[in-house]
Design a protein. Structure first.
Length: 147
């Protein structure tokens, strides 16, 4: 998770908790419900987008943030290559769509692995702390590198 995202979310959660606990007599019931709902949404967001989990088995590539997971058969992956993350391409972090229709699962800047699934036609960018290791595992298990 990006440090600035964590700091901002924790600040907002702290403010919401402080508002609910200290000023609860001054707020209407509807305002307190709204603050509690906002607190739940922020907490859900932090928990689900904290870590991008990636798992490579002999036949599949599984990855995702929290409840938002995807899976692809490795034999269907083509055009696999390591790419540097470009902020302007996806416009941020998390699960993002580029203007060209690619889906990015981006936990941080740096590098990642790009591939296209022949079964669905989807193009995916997957950020990684160890893109070379991920790339090697995919190629070893039957994915086709970009030529």
């Amino acid at each position: 998770m990006q440090p600035i995202f964590t700091v901002v979310n924790l600040g907002v959660i702290g403010f919401l908790l402080y508002s609910i606990l200290v000023y609860n007599e001054q707020y209407s019931r509807g305002s307190l419900i709204f603050l509690a709902a906002a607190l739940c949404v922020l907490s859900f967001t932090m928990i689900n987008f904290a870590v991008l989990n990636i798992r490579v088995t002999e036949t599949a590539l599984d990855f995702g943030f929290g409840l938002f997971k995807r899976s692809f058969f490795i034999k269907n992956l083509v055009e696999v290559e390591i790419q540097k993350y470009e902020f302007r391409r996806f416009g941020g972090y998390g699960i993002r769509k580029s203007l060209t229709g690619e889906t990015g699962f981006v936990a941080r800047g740096g590098s990642g692995v790009y591939f296209r699934d022949t079964n669905s036609g989807k193009k995916v960018y997957l950020s990684s702390d160890k893109p070379e290791e991920l790339y090697t595992k995919l190629i070893e298990n039957g994915a086709m590198e970009k030529r």
